[in-house]
Design a protein around this ligand. Structure first.
Ligand code: NDP
Length: 265
C-alpha cells in the first residue's frame, strides 16, 4: 500500500467523467499499483496544497479550470504554453509540470487525412487548442464565432477571424469543418442551416467535439456525404497521451489497453 500512486481528475461538474474508468483500466492491465479518482473542485484557490495533501502523482484538469490552474504549476511544457490551458499535471521531482493533451488528442483523429485548410466554429478554450495544433501542422485555419470578445486573442496571435454573421462563406472552401462550440450540447446548430449547407457542399470532413449522443451538426454533414467524426476518440486519445505522461511509458501499450474498454466505433 505504501507505494500506491494516486491520480485524480479535477473539474466542476465531474460526476460524468470517464477518466477514472480509462486510467484505472490501464493501471489494472499493466499491473501498476495506482488508483485514479474523480475530485469535484469548487475553486482553483489553494490547488497546490490540495494536490500535495492528497499525495497525488498526477492529475487531469477539466472545465472550468484548464486556464486558472496554470498558475499552480511550476513549469508548463509544449503546446500548453501557446494555448495557455492545461489538462494534465505530472509531478516531477516534487514539481508540478503542466501539459495539454487535448490538442494532440484532437489531431490524432485527423492526421491521416490530406487536410489543407480548416474552418473552426467557436473561439473558446478547445478552439484555441485545435487552432494551434492545426497551424503547427501547416493547415490553414479560419475561425468564426458568434461574438467578438473570444476572437480577440486569436486575432492577436495572427489567426484569420470572422464574426459568424459577417462571414463571406461563399469565398471559401474548407477540407475540414470543426464545431468547437458547445451548441451541440443544446442540440442546436452553431450557424444557420443555409450557411452550414453551403460550407458542407465543398467540404470533406465534419468534426464535432461533443460525444455520447447524436448532434444536428453531424447529421447535416452526413446529408452532404462528409466523413463525420465526433469527440469520443479525442477524449480517448487525450487520455492515452496523459497516461503516457503519468507512467512515462510509450503510447502503444496504453492505447491497446484503453481501446479494449472504450470502443468508440
Ligand atoms: P468554451 O465555453 O470555452 O467555448 C464555447 C464556444 O462556443 C464559444 O466560442 C461560444 O461563443 C460558442 N457557443 C456556445 N453556444 C453556442 C451556440 N449555441 N451557437 C454558436 N456558438 C456557441 O467551451 P470549450 O471550448 O471548452 O468546449 C466546447 C465544446 O467542446 C464543449 O461541448 C465541450 O464539451 C467539448 N470538448 C470536448 C472535448 C473532447 O475530448 N471531446 C475536449 C474539450 C471540449 P461565445 O464566445 O460567443 O460565447
Amino acid at each position: 500500500m505504501a507505494n500506491l500512486r494516486l491520480y485524480a481528475v479535477f473539474g466542476n461538474p465531474i460526476a460524468h467523467s470517464k477518466s477514472p474508468l480509462l486510467h484505472n483500466y490501464v493501471f489494472y492491465k499493466l499491473g501498476i499499483d495506482a488508483r485514479y479518482i474523480r475530485y469535484h473542485l469548487e475553486t482553483s484557490d489553494n490547488f497546490r496544497d490540495l494536490f500535495f495533501n492528497l499525495n497525488l502523482s498526477g492529475a487531469n484538469i477539466t472545465l472550468p479550470f484548464k486556464e486558472s490552474l496554470i498558475e499552480s504549476c511550476d513549469e508548463i511544457r509544449g503546446i500548453a504554453k501557446e494555448i495557455n490551458a492545461i489538462n494534465t499535471i505530472v509531478m516531477e521531482d516534487s514539481k508540478l509540470i503542466g501539459y495539454n493533451t487535448d490538442a494532440t488528442g484532437f489531431y490524432q483523429n485527423i492526421f491521416k487525412f490530406n487536410i489543407k485548410n480548416a474552418l473552426i466554429i467557436g473561439a473558446g478554450g478547445s478552439a484555441k487548442a485545435i487552432a494551434y495544433i492545426l497551424k503547427e501542422n501547416n493547415i490553414k485555419v479560419s475561425i468564426i464565432n458568434r461574438s467578438e470578445p473570444n476572437l480577440k486573442d486569436f486575432r492577436i496571435r495572427g489567426f484569420e477571424c470572422h464574426l459568424s454573421s459577417e462571414f463571406k462563406y461563399q469565398d471559401y472552401q474548407f477540407d475540414l469543418v470543426v464545431n468547437a462550440t458547445s451548441s451541440s450540447i443544446n442540440n442546436v446548430l452553431p450557424l444557420s442551416t443555409s450557411m452550414l449547407e453551403s460550407i458542407f457542399r465543398d467540404s470533406k470532413i465534419a468534426f464535432d467535439l461533443m460525444y455520447g449522443k447524436e448532434c444536428k451538426f453531424l447529421e447535416l454533414a452526413k446529408k452532404y456525404n462528409l466523413k463525420v467524426i465526433d469527440g469520443s476518440k479525442m477524449l480517448l486519445y487525450q487520455a492515452i497521451f496523459a497516461s503516457s505522461l503519468f507512467l512515462n511509458i510509450n503510447n502503444e501499450k496504453i492505447s491497446k489497453a484503453m481501446s479494449e474498454i472504450y470502443n468508440t466505433d
